[in-house]
Design a protein. Structure first.
Length: 98
């Protein structure tokens, strides 16, 4: 497991992560999302909706390999999209993923 995956898992245990498309988009609209992480194998419509929403609300969006990587980091089966709601975690994740 890479550093960013461990950090994402830690953020999830600290309850600073939101999972699921509707909840993530709600966080983006409310200004709570500091970073959105999207699986590279997400569906085209999901990708477009999330990309557009993040762009209009100026929320950083990072795409990672696939849904299984995100899921493993969170200790779940698979997750297509997550948002990080705490700026410390978000900044460190951006640094590790860039």
């Amino acid at each position: 497991m890479s550093q960013w995956e461990s950090l994402l898992g830690l953020a999830a245990r600290a309850r600073k992560v939101t999972m699921g498309e509707e909840f993530v988009l709600k966080d983006v609209r409310a200004g709570r999302a500091k970073l959105v992480i999207l699986a590279g194998d997400a569906g085209a419509s999901t990708k477009k909706r999330v990309t557009d929403k993040c762009a209009s609300y100026q929320v950083p969006l990072i795409e990672v390999s696939d849904r299984y990587t995100i899921g493993a980091a969170l200790g779940k089966d698979m997750r297509v999209i997550v948002s990080v709601t705490e700026s410390g975690f978000a900044n460190k994740l951006k640094q590790l993923l860039s």
